[in-house]
Design a protein around this ligand. Structure first.
Ligand code: SF4
Length: 229
């Protein structure tokens, strides 16, 4: 199997200099996703696990962590566990990015990872429209279980992330998401790229107002809100 791979990043793991491994394949189809073509990309330009481990062994002194991202990494439990084991053996801190749809897998790997970032994309009642139809029967149960699991962790070891899509993360959705969190949960809001880029000064101003409004709503639920541009 081949993976997407970024040799170093200062923005994918708070406080760490990390490499990023992208595992292809996802059970969601978010309209703003940048990784929709990941499967096709890695087929041609991907890295094997041996190449990644060899690079990490050489770069160990420059890096402090690895971020395992996707796609959705928890769809491939065995592969994910193996990668975690290899990265731990290299003494690198491990961050896992997840959409929270496989709570059992998350539960089994969570004790082995140092930091988890889970997306909360929209109101629970609207989630089914984002996921593959096969997910329908268990999706909401799994999402809630994943949120509960993270809320049991020390707050500095997890975060929730919401991409501020004007459609999926409107004000009602932000209130619904906020009600799922604890006050001490870190909640990062991310600008949505690709869905509706402002085309002129007036639209940019409107967009700034919308982002600020989202931050203000989020601050009503969490003490640790930040906007990632
Ligand atoms: S869950 Fe993440 S990887 Fe999957 S479609 Fe949505 S944004 Fe893309």
């Amino acid at each position: 199997m081949k993976f997407g791979f970024l040799k170093h990043s200062l923005v994918d793991y708070p406080g760490e200099v990390c490499a990023v491994v992208f595992i292809p394949g996802c059970n969601f189809h978010c309209s703003y996703c940048h990784n929709q073509n990941l499967e096709a990309d890695v087929e041609h330009n991907g890295w094997t696990s041996e190449q990644i481990l060899s690079y990490l062994r050489d770069a160990r002194r420059l890096l402090t962590g690895v971020c395992i991202s996707g796609g959705e990494p928890t769809l491939q439990e065995d592969l994910l566990s193996q990668l975690i084991e290899h990265f731990k053996a290299l003494n690198l801190k491990i961050k896992l990015d997840t959409n929270g749809s496989r709570s059992e897998v998350l539960k089994s790997v969570a004790p082995e990872v140092d930091y988890v970032a889970m997306d909360l994309k929209t109101s629970p009642k609207r989630y089914l429209k984002l996921a593959h139809p096969n997910e329908a029967s268990s999706l909401l149960t799994n999402l809630n279980a994943s949120v509960e699991l993270l809320l049991q962790r020390p707050p500095e070891t997890y975060e929730f992330r919401t991409t501020l899509s004007p459609f999926w993360a409107d004000e009602n959705a932000l209130h619904d998401i906020g009600r799922m969190l604890k006050e001490e949960s870190r909640w990062y809001l991310q600008r949505c790229r690709g869905e509706a880029e402002p085309r002129n000064a007036f639209e940019r101003l409107k967009e700034e107002h919308r982002l600020q409004r989202a931050v203000d709503i989020a601050k009503g639920y969490s003490k640790y809100v930040d906007l990632r541009r």
